[in-house]
Design a protein around this ligand. Structure first.
Ligand SMILES: Nc1ncnc2c1ncn2[C@@H]1O[C@H](COP(=O)(O)OP(=O)(O)O)[C@@H](O)[C@H]1O
Ligand SMILES: [Mg+2]
Length: 359
């Protein structure tokens, strides 16, 4: 699959700019703070429905303007499509000109995998970043998952409000039953998706990581451990029921799939606590490359790669190896210095203060 073009109107530092892309490599270069990542962000938004940099949509609108518009044309094996996102007080999504009701209606049309220097946070910044990684990957493949997850998270919020009301207003504790039953139902569904994809990652990541780390010696052994909070409705319900007293005291729900996590072990040691900087970086790279393969296996098309400032993370040798492994995907690369690649279908844009210059 590939993106044919994107038009940005009043998005970040762009006033009105259109970019046409090639099937292979698209290189976006320029000095710092000129608008390179903004293009990657717009593509990401068209795929995932939200930014990877901010939760505040208002930041996406060009300062002094009221409405940002992103319009993207893509092509897949069997169809073409057009995604349009309008951002003002709220976000509206259009697919082929038709307004969509839910975010999950546009997600999964354009499949992407983002690589950027912040990926290391998946290891360093605790469980929430790891859940986010997993949730975004699954959502792209199973949009219904996103719907179930959002319903679950809203229900947790309602339960939390009620917990506080029990404490402060003496509301009856038995009423928690309603939320606990509902949460247990949703939890089982979420757990099933997550454990399925955790298993897929486990299968893929071993070889990938072994190859990356194999420099004449034996490569490292990597393992992924899913730290779940239960497996079926009964487990989740019992956990919730058992933690009612503590939850009322704390004012929030302390057990459930919203506390799930996974560990990455390298040669049997937790890479979060014991891994070197280099091991942490490579294990995230292996994780992302596993995601790439899983998406390909499942949709039968190569996902689009967004490499934001990522090439600068790799030394020359690893850069060449990396490029070799991703030859059939459409790739977007941002960098400060123009890089040349041995490939025909290239497009190179220079970006300066929110304007494009053809190379
Ligand atoms: N809402 C906005 N309105 C106008 N300019 C913005 C907005 N958000 C970000 N910018 C500008 O975009 C630039 C950063 O773009 P970015 O794509 O992150 O740069 P880089 O080329 O380094 O990747 C900065 O100059 C910033 O001031
Ligand atoms: Mg940038």
């Amino acid at each position: 699959m590939f993106i044919k073009k994107i038009r940005l109107q009043n998005f970040r530092n762009y006033e009105d700019e259109e970019f046409e892309f090639e099937k292979n490599f698209n290189i976006i270069y320029g000095d710092n703070a000129q608008g390179k990542t903004n293009i990657i962000e717009a593509i990401y938004l068209s795929s995932i429905g939200r930014s990877f940099r901010t939760k505040k949509d208002s930041e996406l609108i060009k300062i002094g303007k009221e409405k940002a518009i992103i319009e993207l044309e893509y092509e897949r094996i069997d169809r073409e499509g057009n995604i349009r996102i309008e951002i003002d007080n709220k976000k509206n999504f259009f697919l082929n000109g038709i307004k969509q009701k839910k975010l999950s209606d546009i997600i999964g049309k354009v499949h992407i995998v983002l690589f950027n220097p912040d990926d290391i946070n998946i290891i360093k910044e605790g469980p929430s970043q790891r859940r986010k990684f997993l949730d975004i990957m699954i959502s792209q493949l199973k949009p219904n998952y996103l719907h179930i997850l959002n319903t679950y998270l809203k229900t947790v919020e309602q339960r939390n409000i009620y917990l506080k009301q029990i404490k402060v207003e003496n509301k009856p504790e038995e009423m928690l039953e309603i939320w606990d039953i509902r949460l247990a139902e949703l939890s089982e569904k979420i757990y099933k998706y997550r454990s399925y994809y955790m298993q897929k990652i486990s299968e893929k990541i071993k070889d990938i990581h072994n190859n990356i780390t194999n420099c004449g010696n034996l490569g490292e052994n990597i393992e992924i451990l899913y730290l779940n909070n239960g497996e079926n409705q009964e487990d989740f319900y019992n956990n919730l029921k058992n933690s009612r007293k503590t939850d009322i005291k704390k004012g929030f729900t302390s057990t459930g799939v919203h506390r799930d996590d996974f560990k990455i072990l390298i040669n049997n040691k937790d890479v979060e606590s014991y891994g070197s900087q280099g091991q942490q970086r490579t294990s995230v790279l292996s994780l992302k490359l596993s995601e790439l393969e899983i998406i390909y296996d499942e949709i039968g098309e190569k996902p689009i790669l967004l490499l934001d400032d990522f090439m600068s993370e790799l030394d020359e040798k690893r850069r060449v190896n990396f490029i070799d492994t991703i030859n059939d995907n459409q790739v977007f690369i941002t960098c400060t210095d123009k890089i040349c690649l041995n490939s025909d279908n290239n497009k190179i844009y220079k970006i300066n203060q929110g304007k494009k210059y053809n190379d």
